[in-house]
Design a protein. Structure first.
Ligand code: PCA
Length: 186
C-alpha cells in the first residue's frame, strides 16, 4: 500500500510545526508494509491545494493522511468533514487573508473524510494516545487542503482514502509560564 503523508511548514510566527516533524519522522521510519512518501506543504493558500492535488495525481496513493497543527487542542483530532469555505482568521505565510470564499467555486458544500476514523481512534486509544473525532478542521489551510484532496479524489474517481489529523502544539511552542495552552510531545 502506498501512503502519502503531509505536514505543514511553521506558521503564525512559530519556528516549528509538529506536523512537519511528524511527517518527516514517518518518512524516515515508515510504518511496516507501507510505501510512505512525505510532503511538506507551504502555509500558502494559492500554492498548497495544487501541491496536494499534484501529489495525489502523480503518486496515486492508497492512503492520504494530511496533518497540521491545531494550537489549543489538547488531543489528536481526526477530522470528519471538509467544508467549501475559506475564512482565514490570520494571514497565510504570504500575507494573504481569504475571507468568505469557496475552496472550489461551484464545488459541493462539504466532503466527509474517507479514512476509517472510528477504527483509527480505537487504535490510538489502545496505544495510549489521547484522541477525538472533530467536526471542524476550521476554515484555514488545513480545511483547504483536505477539501482540495477529497474533491480531487471524488472528481477523478480515484480509490484513495483521505483524511486530516490535527495535532496539539509541541511543548516547546507553549509560551513560558502559560498554563492555558495544551501540548503533546512528538
Ligand atoms: N495548521 C493550520 C494551517 C497549517 C497548520 O499546521 C490549520 O489548522 O489550518
Amino acid at each position: 500500500m502506498r501512503l502519502l503523508v503531509t505536514g505543514f511548514e511553521p506558521f503564525a510566527g512559530s519556528p516549528v510545526n509538529p506536523s512537519q516533524q511528524l511527517a518527516q519522522a514517518l518518512a524516515e521510519e515508515p510504518p511496516p508494509g507501507l510505501h510512505t512518501h512525505a510532503l511538506i506543504l507551504p502555509v500558502d493558500g494559492a500554492a498548497a491545494p495544487g501541491m496536494i492535488v499534484g501529489a495525489i495525481e502523480s503518486q496515486q496513493p492508497d492512503l492520504v493522511i494530511m496533518m497540521g497543527q491545531a494550537t489549543g487542542r489538547a488531543v489528536i483530532s481526526l477530522e470528519r468533514v471538509a467544508i467549501n469555505l475559506l475564512d482565514y482568521a490570520i494571514p497565510d505565510n504570504t500575507g494573504a487573508v481569504l475571507v468568505d470564499q469557496p475552496v472550489v467555486a461551484g464545488g459541493p458544500a462539504a466532503y466527509f473524510a474517507t479514512l476509517p476514523l472510528c477504527a483509527m481512534l480505537d487504535a490510538m486509544r489502545q496505544a495510549g494516545v489521547p484522541g477525538e473525532l472533530s467536526l471542524s478542521a476550521g476554515a484555514y489551510l488545513c480545511n483547504q487542503v483536505l477539501y482540495a484532496a477529497l474533491h480531487c479524489i471524488a472528481c477523478r474517481g480515484l480509490s484513495a482514502r483521505a483524511g486530516f489529523v490535527h495535532l496539539p502544539a509541541l511543548p516547546e511552542q507553549v509560551p513560558a509560564g502559560s498554563t492555558r495552552t495544551p501540548s503533546m510531545s512528538l
